[in-house]
Design a protein around this ligand. Structure first.
Ligand code: 5GP
Length: 147
């Protein structure tokens, strides 16, 4: 089901550099940056540059590009945090809990089923300096993309 895209959503503004983000990775098709209200340290978002709300609106090419970036960033996030596991998830539509209407993957170095280590969704702003330090660690753990 195609969902109408709002060009003024927060992530569209980040993509146009009208709003800042703490970037960890960018290529021709995707951007990855720190979530400003992380559910745990290292919570990173991967978004396509293509304008799409849900996974069902995304072109196959953009979906593939996102998946490649998730693989790259997910393993870097695990290494940066020193946790041998991670969770990747995404919401499709308001009814499913999506709060920003531009498609994105959440990448978290931990389990969302572990109530003791996970904070509420989009609940608490993190300290920007701590986010920048975590971003630097993640960047240092990104491996060269394999062909
Ligand atoms: P959703 O609820 O759509 O699955 O997730 C949206 C995510 O975007 C939430 O985890 C929320 O913390 C994050 N978020 C909301 N506004 C901003 C923002 O302005 N910048 C960044 N970096 N993340 C944001």
């Amino acid at each position: 089901m195609f969902t109408e895209y709002d060009n003024n959503n927060i992530f569209a503004k980040i993509l146009r550099a009208e709003l800042p983000c703490i970037k960890v990775y960018e290529d021709e098709y995707t951007l990855a940056f720190m979530d400003i209200m992380p559910q745990m340290a290292g919570h990173t978002l991967v978004i396509p540059k293509e304008s799409a709300v849900t996974i069902y609106d995304l072109s196959d090419e953009a979906a593939m590009a996102c998946m490649r970036t998730v693989k790259l960033i997910g393993s870097a996030v695990e290494k940066a945090v020193g946790f041998g596991g991670s969770t990747v998830f995404q919401h499709n539509g308001v009814k499913a809990g999506q709060t920003v209407p531009h498609f994105h993957f959440h990448v978290l170095p931990g389990s969302i089923l572990d109530a003791s280590s996970i904070k509420g969704h989009a609940l608490e702003l993190a300290n920007p300096e701590e986010l920048k330090m975590m971003a630097a660690k993640i960047i240092s753990c990104i491996e060269d993309r394999q062909p």
